[in-house]
Design a protein around this ligand. Structure first.
Ligand code: GDP
Length: 369
């Protein structure tokens, strides 16, 4: 359970229950000296950070401490789940500190992508979130792209300050931190100098050569992403691991598309037009008549409409319906957090609806690509 002892690395209360939560220490490591949590242990011994997670309230409490510091903030988001992984209200918490927005997983966009357009799009979306970024950087941790530039930018904007790295879970934060550790840090220096004695911050301070720190904050868990509600097995199917292959569908009003049994897209009203689906190729897209869609779902979820598997499906929340009227002449995506998006290609507008498990974030945004 919860122990009275604190980690001498980051100061967090130690616990032996949950690997994914801050302060985890395996029972048998309690005899070791110094007593440090698994996260600190891994950074210290393997130069490797791993994710720990907290919920929103805990996270906001952590964030609110950054505003009082003089620091560079790196906010890392997932390009595949941009609107699901950007921390809204971040600006309020970081105060006047500069924010460097790092957009990860560029390898998931189609090979032929106009990156200038993507950059501009990101800048605009960030602005709409009220985020004042000193720079926007597109990277792929997986393909090791953009990291040279990232290191340059960190040097430029950091001056002689600490660097806070913030982001949701699953965005690639550990991968990024690990890269920073390898290139920057001097782990000869002890990790065990928590500069905030007596406070539980759940943050790991990784010493830099100049006496400053990279501060790894826990990943915030966002409940509105598909990744949080599907089983581990189904997660592999909805998270693309290859570049997206846009799938174009010419639809008549009154037709619907199933994305496996994860979500349904209805074309309710409008002229015949094309819709482009940006979802994992591991999800089968099934076209049907709108009037048959409910029945199909009832009878074939977990078999024709899969993933989820039958068992997986029984553990997912009921679907809710979200309706959107796409204005004439607008280039829009219907975005489903963690699953992908559907681009509306027609110019004459459309009435569409999306069915997803309750709680999943669905929204309309200007087209990414
Ligand atoms: P964290 O939870 O934010 O610390 O993220 P991790 O570094 O553990 O990565 C989360 C998941 O995203 C893992 O499955 C990674 O393999 C994957 N991932 C990380 N970076 C990339 C990337 O650049 N491209 C792709 N396609 N996947 C990535």
């Amino acid at each position: 359970g919860n122990l009275a002892v604190r980690c001498s690395g980051c100061g967090v209360h130690l616990q032996t229950e949950d690997q994914d939560k801050p302060g985890f220490i395996p029972e048998k490591a309690l005899d070791r000296e110094p007593v440090i949590c698994q996260r600190c242990f891994r950074i210290k011994n393997y130069n490797e950070s791993s994710s720990v997670t907290v919920d929103q309230d805990e996270f906001l409490a952590l964030l609110s401490q950054i505003g009082d510091k003089d620091a560079l903030v790196i906010h890392i988001v997932d390009l595949f789940d941009f609107d699901g992984s950007v921390i809204s209200g971040l600006q309020r918490f970081v105060g006047n500190n500069p924010v460097l927005l790092v957009v990860n997983k560029t390898d998931l966009l189609p090979k032929v992508t106009n990156w200038n357009k993507v950059r501009n799009w990101v800048q605009k979306q960030a602005k709409e979130q009220g985020l004042r970024t000193v720079d926007v950087l597109l990277v792929s941790a997986k393909q090791n792209q953009g990291f040279e530039r990232l290191l340059e930018l960190v040097s430029t904007y950091r001056e002689d300050r600490d660097v806070y790295v913030v982001g949701g879970t699953n965005v690639g934060k550990s991968t990024l931190i690990n890269r920073l550790i390898r290139d920057y840090s001097d782990l000869e220096q002890e990790l065990t100098t928590s500069r905030y004695p007596g406070t539980t911050l759940d943050m790991v301070n990784i010493p830099l050569e100049d006496g400053k720190f990279i501060i790894d904050t826990p990943g915030i868990v966002y409940p509105w992403r598909f990744s949080e509600i599907v089983s581990r097995k189904d997660l592999a199917a909805i998270m693309p691991d290859k570049p997206l292959k846009p799938a174009v569908y010419q639809l008549n009003p009154g037709q619907a598309l199933f994305f496996g049994g994860m979500a349904r897209f209805d074309f309710v009203e409008g002229d015949r037009q094309s819709f482009t689906c940006f979802i994992s190729t591991a999800l089968n897209i099934h076209r049907t008549k709108l009037e048959r869609a409910d029945e199909l779902y009832r009878d074939h979820l977990g078999e024709l409409l899969t993933p989820p598997t039958r068992e997986g499906a029984s553990e997912m929340p009921e679907w809710t319906r979200h309706e959107f009227r796409i204005k004439r002449g607008s280039q829009s995506d219907i975005f489903i957090s963690g699953l992908g998006w559907v681009k509306v290609n027609g110019d004459n507008g459309a009435l569409v609806a999306v069915h997803v498990p309750k709680g999943i974030r669905v929204l309309v945004r200007p087209s990414l690509i």
